[in-house]
Structures are given as C-alpha cells and as structure tokens.
Design a protein around this ligand. Structure first.
Ligand SMILES: [Zn+2]
Length: 159
C-alpha cells in the first residue's frame, strides 16, 4: 500500500468525467487500498479516484464512528432537505466555502467485493458523499453557484 499524491487545480483530470468501473481486478483493488491509506494518512473525510490521478468512478469516505466506506460507481438516488455547510477540498488548497448540501442522501453503488449496496446518510457523511460523487462528474464545490468561497491559512483540516 502507498500514500498517493493529491492532484490539485488546475490539473485537468479534476474536470474530467470519470469512467464506470466494469469489474474488480487487481489494479482496482490496489487503487482502493491506496486511496484508503492516503485518506487516513492525510486525515481527510473522503477521496475520489480522480484526485489521485485515476479517472474512475471510485470514492472512499471515512467518518469517525462510521468506519471506512468504499463505493464503486456511486450514484445519489435521493436527496432530502437542504443545509448550509462549511466545506473544503484537498484539490483546492487554501480555500474553503459555505455551500448548500442535502440534509440527507441515499446513495447506491457497489462495495469493494462488488456487492450492491445502498447507504442512507445524513450530516457529515451525507455531505462527504455528495462532495466525493461530484468529483466523479468533474464538479468541485467551488462550482456550485451559491458557494461563498473564502481563503484560509494553509494546513487547516479539509475534505
Ligand atoms: Zn474534494
């Protein structure tokens, strides 16, 4: 396992639509393992594969008390409510923003064993899932038209 470098703006891979994963093979398994290790190493709540240079529909999310979640080909199938939240992104260093996210989401996809899963989430987990799934479409939180972006000191905790 290895800690992977995080791609930052203006790297064009962050703006590409990621490809669906067709099956799990050794390289996908390795990528997932490395993404989890990288997420833990940098203490971030989630990572999307394009952020580490792979335009594939894979995300990992790790929220305290919820454990690590791996989602392949994830889709938000239901959004409920709206709330204003504070958000940042490792691929957009030195900034954070206030953004409207759903209060709760239902997400479906497959886990690392290719089993279909459905996750109902609210709070930070819902926010992280929306954020990471946006990455797979080439969308960053700063793209949401109502986001208020502000500058921060380097090294503050970020997604
Ligand atoms: Zn991000």
């Amino acid at each position: 396992m290895a800690v992977l470098p995080i791609y930052q703006l203006p790297n064009p891979i962050l703006r590409r639509k990621s490809k669906r994963v067709r099956s799990i093979d050794g390289s996908v398994r390795k990528l997932i393992g490395n993404m989890i290790e990288t997420m833990h190493y940098i203490h971030t709540a989630g990572l999307a594969a394009p952020q580490v240079g792979f335009p594939l529909r894979i995300i990992v999310v790790g929220i305290p008390e919820k454990g690590d979640i791996v989602l392949i080909n994830p889709e938000v199938v239901r959004r409920k409510g709206e709330c204003l939240v504070d958000e940042g992104c490792l691929s957009v260093p030195d900034y954070r923003g206030e953004i409207m996210r759903a209060e709760a989401v239902t997400v479906k996809g497959r886990d690392q064993n290719w089993k279909e899963i459905r996750i109902k989430a609210d709070g930070l987990l819902a926010q992280a899932l929306e954020h990471e799934i946006d990455h797979l479409k080439g969308i960053l939180y700063i793209d949401h038209p109502e986001t208020k972006i502000y500058k921060i000191e380097p090294e503050e905790a970020q997604f």
